[in-house]
Design a protein around this ligand. Structure first.
Ligand SMILES: Nc1ncnc2c1ncn2[C@@H]1O[C@H](COP(=O)(O)OP(=O)(O)OP(=O)(O)O)[C@@H](O)[C@H]1O
Ligand SMILES: [Mg+2]
Length: 224
């Protein structure tokens, strides 16, 4: 599903340069669940941005689904991103003048279909699935933190991505809400979706098939 070779990324401001990824190699097979840990500033979010086609590497190769995305231009990158990848971040951003159903269906704006009833039906099905069937007409600001993260998972699933990238999705949650979200990821994994999850919580990382630590710009194997 994912293969990178020698991925490099640095941030430059004036004469200062922060080298973040220094020849990073990663291979994830279809349907695998992989966790990445690492200290703050190690480059975890930077890596997810590259893998999520939100940014491009300075050097190195990135293959997603047998396509070399490191060679694609901005339009093709956006297409790959919208079609293949779902994102869940530490704190989800929603559009607060829309109810939950319309928020979850928002990715439809970037898709080819214009069947609004069908989009709403799929959004409702996904919200029910993440346990928010009783909150369909609520505004995002009326949800608890745990409910918002589950809604974010529903939205990430909307376009039927084969890959979910999650950046500290449980970072703001208590134990019970973390447990619920972790179960949700485990369910998606069972369904065959490939998941790459960044976390500081070793209990969360423990549900993955494999776990890495990002350090010194590269990945080290961690015993799962
Ligand atoms: N847009 C940017 N411009 C300049 N430097 C950046 C930028 N984004 C990140 N950095 C720097 O790159 C390094 C890696 O940042 P990144 O956000 O990838 O770390 P992280 O592992 O996700 O950390 P955390 O666990 O705190 O989220 C940090 O030193 C950060 O200061
Ligand atoms: Mg980060």
């Amino acid at each position: 599903m994912i293969r990178t070779a020698g991925l490099q990324k640095a941030y430059r401001q004036a004469e200062r340069e922060v080298r973040v990824l220094e020849g990073l190699d990663l291979e994830i097979r279809r349907g695998e669940f992989v966790a990445i840990m690492g200290s703050s500033g190690a480059g975890k979010s930077t890596l997810l941005q590259l893998l999520g086609c939100l940014d491009v590497p300075d050097a190195g190769e990135y293959w997603l689904d047998d396509r070399e995305v490191s060679k694609l231009g901005p339009d093709n990158l956006a297409e790959v991103r919208n079609r293949s990848i779902g994102f869940v971040f530490q704190s989800a951003h929603f559009v607060d003048y829309l109810d939950l159903v319309d928020n979850v269906a928002l990715p439809a704006e970037y898709g080819p279909s214009t069947d609004v009833d069908q989009h709403r039906a799929r959004a409702i099905e996904l919200l029910q699935r993440v346990g928010l069937g009783h909150r369909l007409d609520h505004r995002p600001s009326e949800l608890s933190g745990g409910e918002r993260q589950r809604a974010a998972v529903a939205r990430a699933m909307f376009a039927r991505p084969r890959l979910i990238l999650a950046d500290e999705p449980t970072g703001n949650l208590d134990e019970e809400n973390t447990r619920q979200l972790v179960e949700l990821f485990a369910d998606l994994h069972e369904e065959g979706i490939t998941i790459l999850l960044v976390t500081h919580d070793s209990d969360v990382a423990a549900i993955a098939d494999r776990c890495y630590r990002l350090r010194g710009g590269r990945l080290e194997n961690l015993a799962a």
